[in-house]
Design a protein around this ligand. Structure first.
Ligand code: NAD
Length: 350
């Protein structure tokens, strides 16, 4: 496959701000069509690529154009339904996160990708961000030892209401935001996900979600996430069997703490630490992972080989999401029963 012909679907903010600028830098790739149910949005593609054919529905685009791949950035219902259609037609599919709303739908996507033998991928850009790749390399070194614990904080201030026509703000938050951090816990936890415990605190329409995960590697992970925070912040700490602690701050700075940290000027001494950060000229798309995820997706199509962030890679993440929602529904059900009992007792004692 020398020249890859790509159709874009959902010409909104994410496509125009992050995916398209990365795609326009790639060689041997041609954007041959654009589609948005809002035709004015679809026509905005011509700000970047004049004369691109536009469509207001995906089936028409797939029937008219000979496409090798589609890249979609819309609601999960679009990713799911049109992802299935494209795969059935033998077209490779890359969708933004979330690929779908439930674990059951994810299993259907996994089956469809397997049957159609196409490369399928999800825009899990945190996983491909430069500092995370750096961290993955660092933790592979023998001296780093085994990862014992992962601490993740994902502070957000939205969504405070359900998204995409779903009926749950909690599920919307997990699918829109925490999906990245849960995926990082799975990525660094290694092995099989064995246990999930979770609780959800509510304050007005804001949430605080606490999750504990355990993996067959022996590693554990704790996640504090939610929408009660003033703005988006993300940090992660890993501690290893060699007593090394490494911190990642906002997909930007990495700080490495070792029992003894040796550098040429300091010699081997305690309480020194090593730091890494992207260069000041690192392009934003490289650093944030948008370029890396798309580059690896097209590489997987060319080879062909499995793409790391495929639908199947998200199975443990969706298991965690379902478990958090189920635990919360059970806790809310219990609370409702308790409050009904309290009201009953109060009315009896009147
Ligand atoms: P948006 O509303 O700006 O754009 C979505 C576009 O999809 C709209 O133009 C809409 O008209 C179009 N659309 C909806 N249904 C359609 C259909 N059936 N057929 C064709 N087009 C359809 O939203 P956005 O902020 O660009 O977000 C899009 C996706 O990108 C979401 O899934 C979101 O979770 C994801 N996203 C990912 C990141 C990230 O960092 N990975 C960041 C932001 C958004």
């Amino acid at each position: 496959m020398s020249l890859i012909k790509v159709g874009l679907v959902g010409i909104g903010a994410q496509m125009q701000e992050n995916l398209l600028p990365s795609l326009l830098q790639m060689q041997d790739l041609r954007i041959t069509a654009a589609c948005d149910s809002n035709l004015d949005r679809a026509l905005q593609i011509r700000r970047y690529l004049s004369d691109t054919p536009v469509f207001d529905n995906v089936p028409a685009m797939l029937d008219t154009m000979q496409l090798d791949a589609v890249i979609m950035a819309g609601p999960p219902q679009l990713h799911y339904e049109m992802g299935l259609l494209a795969m059935r037609k033998g077209v490779h599919v890359f969708v933004e996160k979330p690929p779908c709303a439930t674990l059951e739908e994810l299993e259907t996507l996994i089956d469809a990708a397997r049957h159609s033998k196409v490369v399928a991928g999800v825009g899990m850009n945190f996983k491909f961000a430069r500092p995370v790749s750096q961290l993955r390399e660092m933790t592979k070194a023998e001296e780093f030892g085994d990862i014992l614990h992962i601490q993740l904080n994902h502070y957000a201030n939205k969504p405070r209401a359900p998204l995409w026509g779903l009926d749950s703000t909690l599920r919307s938050f997990l699918l829109a935001q925490a999906i990245h951090t849960i995926d990082l816990a799975v990525t660094f936890g290694k092995g099989e996900l064995q246990k999930v415990q979770s609780s959800v605190q509510r304050h007005d329409d804001a949430l605080i979600v606490k999750v504990e995960m355990a993996f067959s590697s022996g590693a554990t992970a704790s996640l504090l996430a939610g929408t009660t925070f003033p703005y988006f912040e993300f940090d992660m700490k890993l501690v290893s069997s060699s007593s090394t602690l490494v911190e990642l701050d906002n997909l930007w700075n990495i700080t490495l703490h070792e029992p003894e940290h040796a550098t040429r000027p300091t010699g081997a001494a305690k309480r020194w630490r090593g730091a890494w950060q992207p260069g000041p000229l690192d392009s934003g798309y490289e650093r944030s992972g948008y370029h890396g995820e798309l580059h690896q997706f097209f590489e997987a199509m060319r080879k062909p080989q499995r793409y790391e962030a495929d639908f199947a890679s998200l199975l443990p993440t969706y298991h965690v999401i379902e478990e958090i929602c189920a635990n919360d529904a059970a806790a809310q059900g219990k609370q409702n029963i308790q409050s009904k009992i309290r009201t009953g007792i109060e009315s009896l004692s009147l």
